[in-house]
Design a protein around this ligand. Structure first.
Ligand SMILES: Cc1cc2nc3c(=O)[nH]c(=O)nc-3n(C[C@H](O)[C@H](O)[C@H](O)COP(=O)(O)OP(=O)(O)OC[C@H]3O[C@@H](n4cnc5c(N)ncnc54)[C@H](O)[C@@H]3O)c2cc1C
Length: 310
C-alpha cells in the first residue's frame, strides 16, 4: 500500500485563490500542501490591468510570484490533479492523478470555474490573443476595434451592449436569442450586428484573432471574440463530499468565513461564483487560509487533549 502524507491544510488549486490561501495559512505555522497545475489556472493566459496597486501585468508572472511567496512561507506544492477526495472521520483523504495519497485536517477547494468552451479550431490557440471569456476583464484591450460576442443569453447580450460604447463594431453570434423582451428590444434596436441561427466553425488568425468563419461560410473580420456561454464550477470533488451547492447547482455555497456546510472544508475563488475576478479570488483565499489554519490547529488541540486523557 502507498504511504500517505499528512498535512494540516491541503489546498486544491494553485490559482490566485489557492495561492493566497496558502500564504495566509502557512504564516499561521501549520503545514500546507497545494495541489494543482498553474498552467490550468484561468489567470495563466490573462493580462491583468484592474488589480489594485498593479497597472499592468501578465497573469503567468503573477502566478509565478504568488507561488514563490507561498513556498517561501513554508507551503509545498505537488503539481498534479486530484482525482478523488474522501472523508475519513476527522480527516480528509485525497488521491492524486499519479496515485499519491495525502491526508489533511482541513481542506480548501479553490479549483476555479471551467468556462464553457466553444470547442472550435483556433479557440485554444488564440486564448489571450483575441479570444476571451470575460467582457468585463478584457473589453479595454479592444477599444476602437471590431469585436464579436458568442452566445445568446443575458451574459452575451449584456456583454455586446457593454462593448458597443468603445468598439468600432460589435457582432453577436448565437443559435438563438434567449433573453427577456426588454433586452431583446434593446439589442435589436442597437448597432450590434446580430447573426441568429448562426454557429462558428473556426476562429482564424496567425498570432492574433483576425477572422471568424461561420458554418454557413460567412466571414467576419474581428480582432477580439468574447465567448460568453456561462461558466460551470468543477463540482465532482465537492459533491462527493456532500458539499452544498447554490440553487442552480453551479457553485459552492460558503458563509462569510468561506466555510462550506462540511466542517473543515472551505472554498474560495471562482468556484464560489461570479464575479470571476482576481480581487475576489484572493480576498476569499485569504479568509479561507486563515480559517482553515485555525480549524486544523483546534483539531490538533482536541486530539492531543483526547490522547492525554487515555
Ligand atoms: C482570458 C482571461 C482573462 C482574465 N482577465 C482578468 C482580469 O483582467 N482581471 C481579473 O481580475 N480577472 C481576470 N480573469 C479572471 C481570473 O483569472 C480568475 O477570476 C481567477 O484566476 C480565479 O482564481 P481561482 O484561483 O479561483 O481559479 P483559477 O485561477 O482558475 O485556478 C484554479 C486552479 O485549480 C486547479 N484545479 C482544477 N481542477 C483541479 C483538480 N481536479 N485537482 C487539482 N487542481 C485542480 C487548476 O489547475 C488551477 O490551478 C481572466 C480570466 C481569463 C480566462
Amino acid at each position: 500500500m502507498k504511504e500517505k502524507a499528512m498535512y494540516d491544510v491541503v489546498i486544491l488549486g494553485s490559482g490566485p485563490a489557492g495561492l493566497q490561501a496558502a500564504i495566509h495559512a502557512a504564516r499561521r505555522k501549520v503545514s500546507v500542501l497545494i495541489l494543482g497545475k498553474q498552467t490550468k489556472s484561468s489567470l495563466y493566459h490573462a493580462h491583468v490591468e484592474n488589480f489594485c496597486c498593479i497597472f499592468n501585468i501578465a497573469g503567468e508572472d503573477m502566478l509565478r510570484v504568488g507561488l514563490e511567496q507561498a513556498l517561501r512561507f513554508g507551503s509545498e506544492i505537488w503539481e498534479e490533479d486530484v482525482l478523488n477526495v474522501l472523508q475519513d472521520e476527522n480527516l480528509f483523504e485525497i488521491k492524486t492523478e499519479s496515485g499519491r495519497m495525502v491526508q489533511c485536517k482541513s481542506l480548501i477547494i479553490a479549483t476555479g470555474a471551467h468556462r464553457n468552451r466553444l470547442g472550435v479550431p483556433g479557440e485554444k490557440q488564440l486564448l489571450g490573443r483575441g479570444v476571451s471569456y470575460c467582457v468585463e476583464c478584457d473589453a479595454n484591450f479592444f477599444k476602437g476595434q471590431d469585436v464579436a460576442v458568442v452566445g445568446g443569453e443575458s451574459a452575451a447580450v449584456g456583454g455586446a451592449l457593454t462593448l458597443l460604447g468603445d468598439s468600432k463594431s460589435v457582432h453577436l453570434i448565437c443559435e438563438k436569442l434567449d433573453v427577456v423582451d426588454v433586452l431583446r428590444e434593446e439589442i435589436k434596436n442597437s448597432e450590434v450586428v446580430i447573426y441568429e441561427r448562426a454557429k462558428i466553425e473556426e476562429i482564424k488568425g496567425k498570432n492574433e484573432v483576425e477572422e471568424l468563419v461561420l458554418v454557413d461560410g460567412t466571414r467576419i473580420s474581428v480582432s477580439g471574440v468574447f465567448i460568453e456561454l456561462g461558466a460551470k464550477g468543477v463540482m465532482e470533488l465537492a459533491t462527493n463530499l456532500g458539499i452544498r451547492l447554490d440553487d442552480e447547482a453551479k457553485y459552492i455555497q460558503t458563509d462569510k468565513k468561506q466555510q462550506t456546510n462540511v466542517p473543515g472544508v472551505f472554498a474560495a475563488g471562482d468556484i464560489c461564483g461570479p464575479p470571476w475576478q482576481m480581487a475576489k479570488a484572493v480576498g476569499e483565499g485569504c479568509v479561507a487560509g486563515l480559517e482553515a489554519a485555525s480549524y486544523a490547529k483546534k483539531l490538533s488541540l482536541t486530539e492531543s487533549g483526547r490522547s492525554l486523557q487515555k
